[in-house]
Design a protein around this ligand. Structure first.
Ligand SMILES: *Cc1c(COP(=O)(O)O)cnc(C)c1O
Length: 396
């Protein structure tokens, strides 16, 4: 019998949906024209791009000419922040963001700080939510941009983006949100939220890797990030990755269409996993907000357990999870997000993220709940601190 394999790392990436794959394939070998060419091959490719743009626009509640394809979610974040910063530096040099953003955002802000911009990194509470009062207090005459993520990739906490948008609008400040994790898990309507710029990425919603979208509301002052030819209405140069664009369009369409049914199923699996862990394993803490959290996100700290050891043991049992975020695993620095919600270095190091996806079943959850407790128990037996705490008795 082959060993069970359970992939619960969907915040790192997802498989490509068969329908997405099917629509992409002809654009590699059959419809391979350059969308800028005027002959029929070019027009076919151009037509596919137009259709994909319409699908993304419909999924976000945007107009088609507000949708710009990029090379990744990271590039969309870079473009939003650098583009607005450089285009509006005559008005001010101050940017407000949070301490729990993705590195695509944080490292971009750190770069801008080296180039004359001032950045305020807002604190979050123990659940990972910002305070609207602190946001209001951080705003100055020189503030040109607020960039706050829709939902966090590590702990799943959802921010009050509608209220943030209202505050930004009232003060005449642009508001960007990184919605890479929110897409497919939360309803997104850019007009309803009132956001000015919004980033998404295909590979987090069963699309291909290496393609993202930046929504730019009409009339926003923003510089280009990538210079060159006239692609993307002179806003983002480089011959378009047509197959990936087609994949992004289909993935966004499916994400929006399946949203209700998907989140209902994910929430039920998520809560089965959360309740099961709390029931079976002592000394655990759920990280992130209890209710304002992504339907597919489970993040726990296990006292007296080393996160990397936990991951490796789970991997041997066929379970693919993550400690903190995929970008920080591989380094020994504890996650900046877990530190920002007030965890100690030790507790942050003993954290495990499991993010569910379309392929997961109740059997997968039950398999995790069967495998995880003895693994955590065994690792704790190796911990001198745990022995002290429990008087040598293990009570899992
Ligand atoms: C994955 C992710 C990104 C980066 O997107 P890529 O397409 O992988 O570059 C940005 N922000 C968040 C919140 C993410 O989860």
């Amino acid at each position: 019998m082959t060993k069970r394999r359970v992939y619960v790392d969907n915040a790192a990436t997802t498989p490509v949906h068969p329908q997405v794959m099917k629509e992409m394939l002809p654009y590699f070998t059959q419809y391979y024209g350059n969308p800028s060419s005027i002959h029929s091959f070019g027009r076919q490719a151009k037509h596919a791009m137009d259709k994909a743009r319409e699908r993304v626009a419909a999924a976000l509640g945007a107009a088609t000419d507000e949708v710009f394809f990029t090379g990744s979610g990271t590039e969309a974040d870079n473009w939003a922040v650098k583009g607005v910063a450089f285009a509006n530096k005559g008005r001010g040099n101050h940017i407000i963001t949070t301490k729990i953003e993705h590195h695509a955002l944080l490292h971009t802000c750190q770069y801008l700080e080296k180039h004359g911009f001032e950045v305020t990194y807002l604190d979050v509470d123990e659940y990972g939510r910002i305070s609207l009062k602190q946001l209001n207090e951080a705003i100055k005459d020189s503030t040109i941009l607020i960039s706050i993520m829709f939902a966090n990739n590590e702990i799943g906490t959802i921010q009050p983006v509608g209220e943030i948008a209202r505050i930004a609008k009232e003060k005449g400040i642009y508001f960007h949100t990184d919605a890479v994790q929110a897409m497919g898990n939360v309803k997104i309507d850019v007009k309803e939220i009132g956001v000015d710029l919004l980033s998404i990425s295909a590979h987090k919603i069963m699309g291909p890797k290496g393609i993202g979208v930046l929504y730019i509301r009409k009339g926003i002052r923003i510089d280009n990030l990538v210079h060159g030819g006239a692609q993307e209405r002179r806003r983002r140069s480089g011959t378009e990755n047509v197959a990936a664009v087609v994949g992004m369009g289909k993935a966004a369409q499916l994400a929006a269409e399946n949203l209700e049914q998907h989140t209902k199923r994910m929430t039920s699996l998520r809560d089965r996993l959360i309740d099961g862990i709390i029931e079976r394993i002592p000394h655990v803490k759920l990280n992130g907000h209890p209710t304002e959290r992504l339907a597919n996100n489970v993040n726990f700290s296990f006292e007296f357990v080393e996160g990397e050891a936990l991951l490796l043991s789970l991997d041997m049992a066929g379970i693919a999870a993550s400690s903190g975020s995929a970008c920080t695993s591989g380094s020994l620095d504890p996650s900046h997000v877990l530190l920002a919600i007030g965890l100690s270095h030790e507790t942050a190091h003993g954290s495990l993220r499991m993010t569910l996806g379309e392929a997961n079943t109740e059997e997968d959850i039950d398999y995790i709940l069967e495998q995880l407790p003895p693994i955590a128990n065994r690792l704790r037996e190796l911990s001198p601190l745990f022995k002290q705490c429990e008087g040598g008795k293990v009570s899992v």
